[in-house]
Ligand binder design. Structure first.
Ligand code: ADP
Ligand code: G6P
Length: 464
């Protein structure tokens, strides 16, 4: 496969999973992974002979570039040391906690930072090779913040965009980072730096001034004789996909079956998250336990289902969280479960899109209570899945989604009484009021889906 691309996406992960090939016994093949980002970018990638550069997910040499669904995929290799230092270390034990309000203490290690630099250089190199003259390159997320500047140095002809999917912290927190100036310079290699929230974009502009002394005016930063724009582009979901799933009779039947399997509770409460300490899973469980203890909720009338997708399992903070969550689930079930009716159904598993849609459809109350979250797509998926306008959403004020989903039952997840109060209000909401709230949020999502997000970013980048 030769030829260069006029549109290139650079992300830590490729948007594919390796699965068994039904047509070849013992064989493997690549399948496009579900997810809004790849769905939104697919038409642009296909139209513009686009390439997606990313890591294929395992240690060792990278497979040769290949095509899936009309997209050219260009794998970048990571060895076991780099996975430990660049991915688990700098990306997920330094930057991830620091950017999420330091809800767990970030760990700073020089060896991790060195590996982050080397791996970012490898991604930048791959993009420099693949991009056609004057191409557009869109770099994604916190794992690759040095790529824009590294790429610009090799290819000043390119138009470079960067989007951060997670929060961007305020000055006081960012200043802890030993590589603060390097990261700022890295990001300022882009022409447009996109964030989930306006406040995050403002933090970035202020930091450019504070750390590098750049002149700034509104959302524009002057840096090395160029102008860099920082703005908010709140990401969204593929509303059409969720609509199709929610409309499918098989999924509606499955939703009913889930409720039967749960013992026909009056109220089913649902949580769906990666098992991550930013998601507030423990706080949510504790709120539920206290409501059971106070008799304000009872089993078997009410049950909770908590799906916690395994994530970053070799990172210590994640191992510790798993122990804490599982201890809390055990405690609740020990105290309030009955034979055949646990109070909390805890599922440490990954699910298909259709099973998730059935869960959304079955749940009376969805709890999305992160301590800090860039956006939180689960909240948006739940709203979109309730075409029946049933259900109620309890949502943390600290999720990016809270700026848009104002009709949710909003709460401060650190304030346990407030979480309990919002949960009870959602459980007892009048059905007419619930329908009104859902319909307003659904209208918003229809106008602001992930295709709209990608278009807005790329249009802005193209106009600079
Ligand atoms: P994050 O990006 O931090 O994981 P989001 O809520 O923004 O959080 O996105 C999570 C995505 O992963 C959603 O699209 C959601 O549907 C999907 N997801 C979450 N849990 C599971 C699961 N158990 N199985 C499959 N997909 C999941
Ligand atoms: C968040 C990050 C993504 C990341 C995803 C899954 O959504 O913003 O960049 O890909 O979590 O995490 P993982 O570490 O498995 O890629």
């Amino acid at each position: 496969m030769t030829g260069r691309s006029s549109f290139v996406v650079v992300a830590n992960r490729l948007p594919v999973d390796e699965v068994p090939d039904e047509e070849r016994a013992g064989g493997r093949r690549w399948r496009r992974s579900p997810g809004g980002l790849v769905t939104a970018l697919h038409p642009v990638l296909v139209q513009r002979d686009g390439t997606w550069i990313g890591w294929a997910g395992s240690a060792g040499p990278a497979p040769a570039p290949f095509m899936v669904d009309g997209i050219r995929l260009h794998p970048v290799p990571l060895d076991a040391d780099e996975i430990a230092r660049y991915y688990e270390g700098m990306s997920n034990s330094t930057i991830w906690p620091l950017y999420h309000d330091a809800v767990e203490p970030p760990i700073f290690r020089r060896r991790w930072a060195a590996s982050y630099r080397e791996v970012n250089a490898r991604f930048a190199e791959a993009a420099a090779q693949v991009a056609a003259p004057n191409a557009t390159v869109w770099v994604q997320d916190y794992q690759l913040q040095l790529v824009p500047a590294m790429l610009r140095q090799q290819r000043p002809d390119l138009r470079i965009g960067f989007f951060l999917h997670i929060p961007f912290p305020p000055i006081e927190l960012f200043m802890q980072l030993p590589q603060r100036a390097e990261i700022m310079r890295g990001l300022l290699g882009a022409d447009l730096v996109g964030f989930q929230q306006r406040l995050a974009a403002q933090n970035f502009v202020r930091l450019a001034h504070h750390v590098l002394g750049c002149p700034v005016s509104g959302s524009v930063i002057e840096y090395e004789d160029r102008r860099v724009k920082a703005a908010a582009f709140p990401i969204s979901i593929d509303v059409g996909e969720i609509d199709r799933l929610a409309d499918n009779p098989l999924i509606r039947t499955r939703a009913e079956q889930i409720r039967t399997e749960l013992g026909e509770p009056k109220t089913m409460i649902l949580g769906v998250d990666r098992l991550d300490y930013t998601k507030g899973i423990e706080h949510r469980l504790k709120a539920f336990r206290e409501l059971l203890a106070e008799g304000r909720l009872t089993v078997p009338e009410t049950v909770m289902v908590q799906v916690a997708t395994p994530s970053r399992e070799r990172v210590e903070h994640y191992q510790a969280l798993r122990v804490k969550v599982e201890r809390e689930v055990g405690r609740i079930n020990g105290d309030y479960g009955r034979v055949g009716v646990p109070a909390v159904h805890y599922l440490h598993q990954s699910y298909s899109r259709s099973e998730l849609a059935a869960l959304y459809r079955a749940a009376d109350v969805m709890m999305v209570t992160p301590l800090r979250d860039g956006m939180n797509l689960v909240a948006k998926e739940y709203v979109a899945a309730r075409a029946d306008a049933g259900g109620a959403l309890v949502l943390s004020e600290f999720a990016g989604a809270a700026s848009e989903l104002r009709q949710a039952f909003l709460c401060n997840p650190h304030d346990l009484d407030a979480v309990k109060d919002s949960l009870l209000r959602a459980v007892h909401v009048d059905p007419d009021e619930a329908r009104k709230r859902m319909s307003i949020m659904q209208r918003h999502l229809r106008r602001n889906d992930v295709a709209h997000w990608a278009r807005s970013f790329l249009t802005e980048l193209g106009s600079l």
